[in-house]
Structures are given as structure tokens and as C-alpha cells.
Design a protein. Structure first.
Lengths: 284, 365
């Protein structure tokens, strides 16, 4: 088993692979991250059978936490497999924080949290803002600390999909990108290494100050979201709200009560950034 | 990394021994414990050990998780009891849910998946329809062969899943498939099943055993039972050795270890041996006791300590896990898998069963 360890925010991963190449790719992408000794989670990239290890190679995602009946991915998508494996461990195993399926950026010691269904643009927006004066904190999970209520960063590789790939290549021409993985179950995927400051400050949490529900496609608009609706949408965006029981409820209600929430519609990233700047000035 | 799950066994048996672990050892131990669904149990065992900060975090997460499982297991039991409000018979909780409901040591940190209950065989259909009509459970999958197989040959109904909560319930009428060679006396088990409030007279962590679970339930908990301690251990042993390929074996054996620790006394052993004989489960019980003694250091009577020739194979199978949490020793595993089917049904029936399954497997592909 070839092995790679990486620390992302508070979580330490051990990734094993029966092939060397995915490990080398991971090591290259994550070269500025630190290497932990004890791992929170183990992820394994294995072959579904001995034959598939060498011929028409494909990758199964195994690990401490697994989904039953997960379909193997083609070998070229091993990086995606590793990423899915890491996400799965967090979603199913992380209990220290309230885990929100959301992206986050920080400015002036305060955090902007963005959540929404996939395709809403929360990931791309966080990547764009992260290269435009904000500190990128994560594009997949935001961890809310039950004690302090702070947002804890989880700045793993930014996972760009479809049109977002071209948009980010234009926006960050000197960015470090992974290999293009075309035709994955989620469309085209390409990873982007988060900005240096995001990696350097990955252990610095900050209080959330604004929550946005971005939605790509409609003409520019802003709508206030009432706490009750926010609460319901946030419980759906959390993978461990129920498991945390009373702690989850306390953390969630505190978040919803203290953080103003808006739904925004936008048709271009310029529009979105202008909306974000305006709302941030008014509310944060 | 050349390691097997003896690492996990050792940590459970002697928590202080983990002081010698390095980072590599801890990572392996955690992966193994998760794979064997013993991470919550391990977290409970290591509560008062001083562990590296990272390990303390991981174990604390595992305790949160175990507490959630306990809470939802009791909630499921409560929901089933409410769906069965008009059912006059005993509803016997089995396995994990029974241990936590009764506040037993075997339940501390235990992983609990499905809800397992046992009712009288003649009332199966009544219970089934109440769960479906009043409780909101439904068939997991409609498959005529599996359905008929369960109903004719199994010790439980085909599994039901709850429409909204996505949780399974297994309704048993006895503890082993009727096609298996031992025939435990299910009627006696039901007769002797004890009402929850009388399981343990002494308080657990400052509370009476049923108090904690009773707080979630105001309705008719009086029909909820658990097996008597000897039957509980007989069931656990039967489940471990006579009804499966030893998957999850380390956890099931840990249950037995904790139950024997809790109840074991000279009088109890005599009652247990008698009961096991009545259920035709002497062999699995003795094997369970020997292996628990070997692996977890369970205190067992001297005359049970005779080492049996086959025991080392069981230990090989039980500890077949590497530092990545991967199953190892494929051939040993396969042998136990074949054995499990062999024990479960007579040869001709086995052949028919495998033939049907194989044909279906081919058409699905």
C-alpha cells in the first residue's frame, strides 16, 4: 500500500493506494500542507479485483467509513476517488464540530458562509473571493465549533466542475491546477490548490458574520431569509446535526440567531462579487 | 505493516497497554476498531487512559457517536412498542438494543445497527401487520424467493425498513434458523424473558437501568422485555458460532465477555450450563467462553479452560484484519463462510439455495 498523509484544517487523513501514481499526484497537489502522524481517518484506493488492478484499471473507494454499493471509478479519476473518500469520512465520521455542507471565506476576522445545492456556485464563488482579498476557508465543508460558535477552516483542494474550470483558469492564470478529469459522474472536474494564505492559516477559525444562499441563473436579486427557514435549510445542509443531538441543536440555533442570512441570485461572477461586497458592507 | 487485530484485542483487554503505542500503532488500532465496529467500545475502555491529543479527539467523537446510537436504538424500540400497543404478548429486545435498554456493561459504547426483537411465533403475522399498518415500516425489497425463504426457513421475518427513518427492524421468533442443527427452545426463552424494570436492581451511573430509557417513553413499556441473563448469553453464543461466518465476531465475543463479567458467579455458571444444554447450545457456549477467556481474559470456570484443537482457527479468523482495517486471510474467511452455510442448512437445501442465488446473480449482471 502506497501511503500519503495530509492535514486539512483540524482533520488528519491517511490515504493508501495500491498504485503509486495517485499518491504522487496527491503529494504534489498538497505539497504545502503539513504531514500529521496520527490520522483521524484512513481512506483506501483499491482495485475491485486483481485483474482491474492492471487491466482496464478502476478504483474503489474504501476507508473507515464507506457507502454500500459505491461504483468504482476509472483509474484516471483516482484523485476524485481520493477526494470523495476524504469527504465521506468527514460527512460520516466527524463529530467535534457541527458540519455544514458549505463554502466559506474570511475578511477582517469575520467569516462569510455560503451554502446551497451543487450548481449554486458556492464553490466557485469561494474560490474567486479567495483570490480577491478574502481568505479562502473551504469550498465543501464548514465546521462550526460548538464551544465558540466560530467557523473552522477545512481548506482542501478546490474542486472545480464544468464551466467553473475555465472561469477559474481565466481568473487565476498562475494558479496550480490538477489534471483535468473529463466525464466523471459529476462532469468535468479539475482541482485547484487553494491560495497560500488559506493553507498557512488553516488552523485559524473566526466568527461567522453573514450567511448567503447563492443561486446561479436568475437576474440579480437579494431576498432576506427568515431564521426559521434558515434553520431548516441549514439542518439539511448538515451531515451530523442529528447525531450531535442537543449540542447540534444549540450550535445551530446560535448560528441562525446571530448570523444574518440572504438568498442571492446572480448571472455572472462579477455580479455575484458586487452583491457580496454590498451585503458584506451592510450586514457584517 | 505486519499486524493483525490482536492489537485491538489487547487494547480492549488491557487499556493500559496502549501506553506503548506509537503514531503508527494508534492509527492502525483506530482503523481496526472502526472496521470491527468496536471504536465506541474502545473509546469507552480508554476513557481514563492518557492518550495523545489526536487520539483523545477521535475517541471523544466515537463516544458522541455511540451515544447517538444508544439514543436512536431506544427510540426505535419505543416506536415499535407503540406500533404494537394492541399486541398483548411480550416484546423481547435482542442484542445491542437489549444491552443498552437494560443498562448492561455490554452496551457501553456498543455499535447498534438494526432493531432486533423477538415475539411468539404464532403471533408473527399479527406483529408484522401492526408494524406495517401502524408503525410505518415496509418491506426492504420485494423478492419472492427471499421472501419465501425467510418465511419458510428463517428465524426471523424478512427485514422491514421504516419509511421515514430509514431504520431496519428484524422480527425474530427464535434465535437460530429452524434449518440449523441446534434447536433452541424459543418458547422457554419467551417465558423466561424479563421485564425491563427488573433487569438490574442496582443503579448504573447513579440511575436505575431503565430510568434513562424510560424518559423517552410514557406508553406501555411494561411489555418490553429482554432475555434472561443465561438466555442472553446463549443467544449471543449461538449468534456468534452457529449462525454466520464470524463477521463482527470480535464485537460479538466482546458482548459475551462483558455479559459473563456482569453475571458470572459459580451459581450462574451452573444455571448457564444447564440452560445451554436445554437449548442444544453447549458447544457454542463453551467455545465462546474459551475464546473470550483466550482473547479478552474473561474469568471462566476451570473445567472450561481445556484448549480445543480448532480454537486457534477461530482466533485466526476473528483477528483477520490489518492496520488499514482491511480484511485479511481470505482462505480462512472463505472456510468460515462455507461453514456458516453448512451449519445453517442441510446439504440438499444448501445446494438448491446456492443454485437459485447463483442463477439470479447471473441474470442481474
Amino acid at each position: 500500500m502506497h501511503e500519503f498523509r495530509v492535514q486539512v484544517g483540524p482533520a488528519a487523513f491517511r490515504i493508501g493506494s495500491v498504485w503509486r501514481r495517485p499518491i504522487e499526484q496527491l503529494a504534489e497537489l498538497y505539497r504545502d500542507y503539513s504531514t500529521p502522524d496520527i490520522a483521524n481517518f484512513s481512506v483506501r484506493l483499491e482495485s475491485p479485483s486483481l485483474v482491474r488492478r492492471y487491466l482496464r484499471r478502476s478504483v474503489t473507494i474504501d476507508g473507515d467509513y464507506m457507502l454500500p454499493d459505491a461504483v468504482p471509478l476509472p483509474f484516471d479519476q483516482a484523485l476524485l476517488a481520493a477526494e470523495m473518500g476524504m469527504n465521506l469520512q468527514m460527512a460520516l465520521g466527524w463529530r467535534r464540530h457541527l458540519l455544514l455542507h458549505a463554502s466559506a471565506v474570511e475578511r477582517g476576522g469575520k467569516v462569510l458562509v455560503m451554502t446551497g445545492l451543487s450548481g449554486s456556485g458556492k464553490s466557485t464563488l469561494s474560490a474567486l473571493l479567495g483570490h480577491n482579498g478574502w481568505r479562502f476557508m473551504g469550498d465543501e465543508f464548514v465546521l462550526i465549533d460548538p464551544e465558540s460558535g466560530h467557523a473552522v477552516p477545512f481548506p482542501r483542494m478546490i474542486s472545480l466542475k464544468n464551466e467553473a474550470i475555465g472561469a477559474m483558469q481565466a481568473a487565476v492564470p498562475d494558479g496550480r491546477f490538477g489534471l483535468l478529469m473529463a466525464g466523471t459522474p459529476k462532469g468535468d472536474i479539475r482541482h485547484l490548490v487553494p491560495p497560500c494564505d488559506a493553507v498557512a492559516a488553516m488552523d485559524q477559525s473566526a466568527p461567522p458574520a453573514l450567511l448567503l444562499f447563492p443561486s446561479f441563473g436568475l437576474a440579480s436579486a437579494v431576498r432576506e431569509v427568515a431564521p426559521a427557514e434558515t434553520f431548516m435549510r441549514m439542518t439539511q445542509a448538515s451531515t451530523n446535526y442529528v447525531v450531535l443531538g442537543e449540542t447540534g441543536f444549540r450550535t445551530m440555533t446560535r448560528f441562525v440567531k446571530s448570523v444574518p442570512a440572504r438568498a442571492i441570485d446572480y448571472q455572472s461572477s462579477e455580479e455575484a462579487i458586487a452583491l457580496v461586497d454590498k451585503l458584506w458592507e451592510q450586514l457584517a | 505493516m505486519k499486524r493483525d487485530a490482536m492489537l485491538l484485542v489487547q487494547a480492549l483487554r488491557d487499556p493500559a497497554s496502549t501506553a506503548a503505542l506509537d503514531a503508527e500503532g494508534w492509527t492502525a488500532l483506530i482503523a481496526m476498531a472502526r472496521a470491527e465496529q468496536l471504536i465506541g467500545t474502545l473509546a469507552h475502555r480508554l476513557k481514563s487512559e492518557s492518550t495523545p491529543p489526536k487520539v483523545s479527539e477521535i475517541l471523544s467523537d466515537a463516544r458522541i457517536n455511540a451515544e447517538y446510537q444508544r439514543r436512536s436504538a431506544l427510540w426505535e424500540a419505543d416506536c415499535a412498542a407503540r406500533a404494537l400497543a394492541d399486541y398483548p404478548g411480550k416484546i423481547v429486545l435482542l442484542k445491542g438494543t437489549a444491552y443498552v435498554a437494560a443498562g448492561l456493561k455490554a452496551g457501553e459504547g456498543r455499535h447498534i445497527g438494526d432493531l432486533d426483537i423477538m415475539v411468539a411465533r404464532e403471533n408473527l403475522l399479527q406483529v408484522e401487520s401492526a408494524l406495517i399498518e401502524k408503525g410505518g415500516w415496509e418491506w426492504v425489497k420485494e423478492d419472492p424467493y427471499d421472501d419465501a425463504y425467510y418465511r419458510e426457513h428463517m428465524h426471523e421475518l424478512p427485514p422491514l425498513i421504516h419509511k421515514e427513518r430509514d431504520r431496519m427492524i428484524d422480527v425474530h421468533h427464535t434465535i437460530l434458523p429452524p434449518t440449523a442443527r441446534p434447536t433452541p427452545d424459543a418458547e422457554a426463552m419467551l417465558n423466561d424473558a424479563i421485564y425491563l424494570d427488573s433487569v438490574r436492581p442496582e443503579p448504573v451511573e447513579g440511575q436505575l437501568a431503565w430510568e434513562r430509557s424510560a424518559s423517552t417513553s410514557s406508553t406501555r413499556t411494561d411489555r418490553i422485555c429482554v432475555l434472561s441473563p443465561p438466555d442472553m448469553i446463549c443467544h449471543s453464543a449461538a449468534h456468534l458460532f452457529a449462525d454466520g461466518d464470524l463477521a463482527g465476531g470480535l464485537r460479538n465475543l466482546w458482548d459475551i465477555h462483558r455479559l459473563l463479567e456482569e453475571y458470572g458467579s459459580d451459581n450462574f455458571w451452573a444455571a448457564l450450563a444447564e440452560r445451554a444444554e436445554h437449548h442444544q447450545l453447549t458447544e457454542p457456549l463453551e467455545r465462546a467462553a474459551r475464546l473470550a477467556h483466550q482473547l479478552y481474559g474473561t474469568d471462566i470456570p476451570k473445567d472450561l479452560k481445556r484448549w480445543h484443537r480448532q480454537d486457534k482457527w477461530y482466533i485466526r479468523r476473528l483477528t483477520a484484519r490489518d492496520g488499514w482495517g482491511r480484511p485479511t486471510r481470505k482462505i480462512t474467511r472463505l472456510a468460515f463462510y462455507v461453514r456458516s452455510h453448512w451449519l445453517r442448512m442441510p446439504p440438499l437445501m444448501l445446494a438448491r439455495h446456492l443454485w437459485t442465488k447463483w442463477r439470479r446473480g447471473r441474470t442481474v449482471r
